[in-house]
Write a protein that binds this ligand. Sequence first.
Ligand code: GLC
Length: 480
Amino acid sequence: MNIVFMGSESVPFIKTGGLADVLGSLPKALAQKGNDVSVFIPLYGKIKPEYREKMEYVGAFFVDLDWRRQHVGVFKYIIDGVDYFFIDNEYYFNRNGIYGEIDDGERFVYFSRACVQALKFLNLKADIVHANDWHTGLVPIYIKEYAKGDSFYSGIKSVYTIHNIKYQGVFDLNGMRPLLGFTDEYIHEDGIKFYEAINMMKAGIVYSDLVTTVSKTYSNEITYPYFGEGLDGIIRKHSNKLVGIVNGIDYEKYNPETDKMIDYNYSVNNLENKKKNKRVIQKICGLPERDDVAVIGLVSRLVELKGIDLLEYVLGEVLQMDVQFIVLGTGDYKYEEMLKFYERIFRSKMAARIYFDEEHSHKVYSGADLYLMPSIAEPCGISQLIAMRYGTLPIVRQTGGLVDTVEAYNKFTGEGTGFGFSNINAHELLFTIKDAVSLYYNNKEEFNKLIKNAMTTDFSWNYSCDEYIDYYNRLINNKF
Ligand code: GLC
């Protein structure tokens, strides 16, 4: 089967969120199962020279956008058996940032059209085109449109994955209309119109052949107004083609037995080395180097959706306990300042590392005992999977993918792979942290059992990859 992914980010090239992790690992898993897989992403200026130098120039063509003809350069890089194609246009993608530009709408109309036209330019005979998040929401429309006049595109099935319904790509209708290049056939309430604007995620939902989201619980949640972010109605309308498939992680990259970014490799049968990693991260963070203290880690974008507000209410109390708390990440200024404030007050207990560094994140995953993820909404979540793989027990709010992947500790049966609380309530968070810390100090045997459970649960792509293949096959055989 020939599968082409289209999206805005992919590791190792460029990353702002979990979308990049998925586009950097699911295609590889599909390729390992014998499929021909390609991925299209923009050639952002921020992509490092070490990758650019190894890219092969394939050729160039043009895309018409309103009265302009825009250049499309195509570069290729093969990694893990997957062909990555980079869409090059300096005007659109050689900027300081990745998103948040005044012309984001135009940039991703351009990208979506360039990707779909590139299929033909490269003579890439895709069975499935798999678009992701708002940036490529228009792709299913272009496939339909181009198929009207060109048999090359007929028969291609489109899949659209919602990684996070909060970011929809909503742009001014009148400004965008000339750029879109299609008729008003699609611009109405049941199409891409969203009040007086256009909504690119809505386009993906309405016009793709299959809509997926990244966990089963989230696929149900987004049918309700609280999680649907204004699109719950359209989700309900198209629920017959909506499925939830939970994300996995790359088991080769995230493997405590072989990971070169951590100082001491370990496995479920040799947890002694995990303690040495605790010392490493304590040293990096300037915290007292102690084996016997509960270390809590948090690696995240620092935004409201990730539950940082909840944390703010109780952080002072959390730090009254004998714990060390390490935060790694950047985000909203107010949260960055809040965390730095607590660091100043609790020098020996708290480290607010307001940056992101891949290697340090691995050191936190391997060196901490507990991992905090109090998300308000979480489509899937990747870092709790990584934490469990490294034997670091997650403390999560039970929402979305966190419900599907973390089995909350049950003190009566002793089962679990982490700790959970259900309501958006700061004190529930506090009490759950207290329960977890108390288990760490008072019942090592039970705590270690949870570590074993977490480390031996399979969070690789294996099963989910088969689910995707199954759905792709159903689409190709018109059996969906
Ligand atoms: C988004 C979601 C996250 C999910 C990721 C990959 O970043 O917020 O929950 O794991 O996409 O699908």
